[in-house]
Design a protein around this ligand. Structure first.
Ligand SMILES: [Zn+2]
Length: 100
């Protein structure tokens, strides 16, 4: 069975592109939609002081990281955010940064 995944609701095989399970109607988690948690975490870790991870997440206020980078505070914030991103569960991430 190619391109099949298990339903999160009932455990039956459903096609990976299905938005909802035809058996039980459960809405499925789509890992390839929205922003990638690991990429965001790595951006925060390496380029976080410049707010690059915020721009990646579509948040314009990443500009404030750039404006205050000389204080080194954005570097600290971004480092903490990188850790938070890495420990956030996929489901929670999807809720926050997944597509509407
Ligand atoms: Zn189901």
């Amino acid at each position: 069975m190619t391109n099949m995944v298990f339903c999160r609701g009932c455990g039956k095989d459903i096609h990976e592109s299905a938005r909802a399970c035809p058996h039980c109607g459960a809405v499925q988690y789509q890992p390839n939609r929205g922003k990638n948690r690991i990429i965001a975490g790595l951006l925060a870790l390496f380029l976080g002081g410049l707010g690059i991870h915020r721009f990646y997440l579509g948040q314009w206020w990443g500009i404030f990281y750039l404006l205050f980078v000389w204080t080194f505070i954005p570097l600290l914030i971004a480092f903490v955010e990188a850790i938070v991103f890495f420990v956030t569960s996929d489901a929670r991430w999807e809720e926050k940064y997944g597509p509407e």
